[in-house]
Write a protein that binds this ligand. Structure first.
Ligand code: ZN
Ligand code: FE
Length: 256
């Protein structure tokens, strides 16, 4: 088993394109399909042929290129059962706890309702990779369009249970603005301060902030740090439940 190769690039304005390639079998998956041309160009650049699309959720900026890519490559599209009707060209539905094979390894499906009701993440334990799309961002969390904060908190807990070294690929380059908000709720966190400076420097140099890791998020993502005494103190929520603190942070971000 050789390591999977990953190509990341920008689609639309701030969506990440992510291609996952197995040099042994040649299988290549696109995580979502935000935009046709950048995905085709990335595949061409690497000499890869798309065999799969792993859809995380139904939003148009994640499925827009499904049909065009399917026509060009004849690839198989997998996506969440709960959003099947809204995903163009879907061949196979997946649900929480499902496992399927890709490139000789097992991919596990983790349902993470919150951003949408049926959002799924794809986890590859053998390679320590998680594709989290619009559930978990670097220092951030997806906007709650279809489910309440309590559900998203439950989803976050599932991701927090993964090994710290798990590399996380997320759906949008929102990192600098997430950091700018994070420092307003988590004021005395040196790891966050350091990281906020690092991601600004990366973006100033024209580089991306993807991927992150579960361990780094646990240290710097305010939505994972709802139990932190200083954050609770700052929010005036010392005795509140974790999910209430989570909801308060998400609401503040909406109004930031
Ligand atoms: Zn979305
Ligand atoms: Fe999105």
């Amino acid at each position: 088993m050789k390591p999977l190769e990953i190509e990341t690039f920008l689609c639309r304005s701030d969506n990440f394109g992510v291609l996952l390639h197995d040099p042994v079998s040649g299988e290549t998956a696109s995580i979502d399909a935000p935009e046709e041309q950048p995905i085709i160009e990335a595949a061409k650049r690497r000499g890869w042929t798309l065999t799969h699309i792993f859809t995380t959720h139904h939003h148009h900026d994640h499925v827009d290129a499904n049909l065009a890519l399917k026509e060009k490559f004849g690839c198989t599209i997998l996506g969440p059962h709960g959003e099947a009707v809204a995903i163009p060209g879907l061949d196979k539905t997946v649900m929480d706890g499902d496992e399927f094979e890709f490139a000789g390894r097992t991919i596990k499906v983790i349902e993470t309702p919150g951003h949408t009701a049926g959002h799924v993440c794809y986890y590859i334990p053998s390679d320590g990779l998680l594709f989290a799309a619009d559930t978990l961002f670097a220092m951030g969390c997806g906007r709650l369009f279809e489910r309440p904060a309590a559900d998203m908190w439950h989803s976050f807990q599932k991701l927090m249970a993964l090994p710290d070294e798990t590399k996380v690929y997320f759906g949008h380059e929102y990192t600098v603005s997430n950091a700018r908000f994070a420092v307003t709720v988590d004021l005395e966190n040196p790891a966050l301060k350091t990281r906020a400076a690092e991601v600004s420097a990366l973006r100033d140099a024209g580089k991306f902030t993807i991927p992150t890791t579960i361990g780094l998020e646990k240290q710097t993502n305010p939505y994972m740090r709802v139990g932190d005494a200083a954050i609770r103190q700052h929010l005036g929520m010392i005795d509140a439940s974790d999910e209430d603190v989570f909801a308060e942070i998400r609401t503040r971000k909406d109004n930031f």
